[in-house]
Design a protein around this ligand. Structure first.
Ligand SMILES: O=C(O)CCC(=O)C(=O)O
Length: 304
């Protein structure tokens, strides 16, 4: 989707992202910042929530899911140019997201092969869940997931969780043969792409000297998908863990899982609404208005 963001929106988001980058807590994984929409405060300044629950974006997702779905995660995936960081950021290893998740990949910079744009393997989304193996070069990759189990306080060791597509299971020539038939994204700042949840994809480090690669990733799941429980992210500003939550941004809580409608609701409000709806038989209205290891057939995505 060319020109997805207006010029003003692009300028505003760049400025906000620069602020996050500059103020990031030293213990938070640089490069992959999760679920800002859960913790940006106050509400009026929660630009990630506003973006992820924007009516125009929800309309796009509705075309895929119908009326009932949740805003599952927001991510900032940043690869600085080598003038800022000699490593140019890290790779995201070859993976599939899962069968169900819908992802909007919104560029705040022009992206191509020089600064870590996405690379996909066309046609392979029809092959189901591909076999995975432990990543062969985890030290070069983002750790893959910024999710923590309760009580865990340190970033998981690279390699402990990281899986990649098992190229050798499909190509006699291994990674090299697999990568021969791939397509590089070349997009402009303000463009947005959606990739099929089953398409294999990866991204490489930023090897440009001066071109940032800042992308906002928004993910959605159907409202009958299990509500996340007991998984945590680090707050970008103070590194304190907070529990991952999905928000019902459209339609009904079809399995009565107690979804909140926004980071500002509390459980009681939604529970009361659900109880009132159940009592009257009313159908609720939509609000209307937003790594690592892919787990295969569950539809859970890498990085959800
Ligand atoms: O933006 C990237 O480099 C990786 C994104 C990704 O893996 C995804 O959106 O599923």
């Amino acid at each position: 989707m060319r020109g997805f963001l207006t010029r003003e929106a692009l300028g505003y988001l760049r400025e906000r992202v620069a602020h996050v980058w500059e103020s990031l807590h030293a213990d938070v994984q640089r490069g992959w910042i999760m679920n800002l929409h859960q913790v940006l405060a106050p509400r009026e300044e929660n630009w990630m929530w506003k973006l992820g629950s924007d009516p125009a974006i929800l309309e796009i997702v509705r075309k895929h899911y119908g009326p009932n779905f949740v805003f599952n995660s927001s991510q900032l995936l940043i690869k600085p140019p080598t003038s800022e960081d000699a490593s140019g950021g890290k790779e995201v290893q070859w993976h599939q997201d899962g069968q169900i998740i819908r992802t909007l990949w919104i560029c705040l910079d022009d992206v191509d092969e020089t600064n870590g744009g996405l690379v996909v393997k066309p046609g392979w989304h029809t092959r189901g869940n591909l076999r995975k193996r432990v990543a062969s070069r985890p030290d070069r990759c983002l750790t893959g997931t910024a999710q923590y189990a309760a009580g865990q306080r340190s970033v998981p060791q690279p390699g402990a969780l990281l899986k990649e597509i098992d190229f050798d299971a499909y190509c006699a020539g291994g990674r090299e043969e697999f990568e021969a038939g791939t397509v590089q994204y070349r997009l402009q700042a303000g463009d947005c792409a959606m990739h099929h949840p089953s398409i294999p994809h990866c991204s490489r480090p930023n090897v440009s000297t001066d071109s940032w690669r800042r992308v906002i990733i928004l993910r959605y799941l159907p409202a009958d998908f299990p509500r996340p429980r007991g998984r945590f992210h680090q707050n970008w500003k103070n590194a304190v863990l907070f529990e991952k939550e999905s928000y019902l941004v459209s339609g009904d809580d079809v399995k009565a899982q107690g979804f909140l409608r926004s980071p500002y609701d509390d459980d009681e409000v939604v529970a009361a609404e659900a109880a009132a709806g159940a009592a009257t038989g009313e159908v609720g209205e939509g609000e209307g208005g937003g790594v690592g290891s892919s787990s295969g057939g569950s539809g859970e995505a890498a990085g959800t």
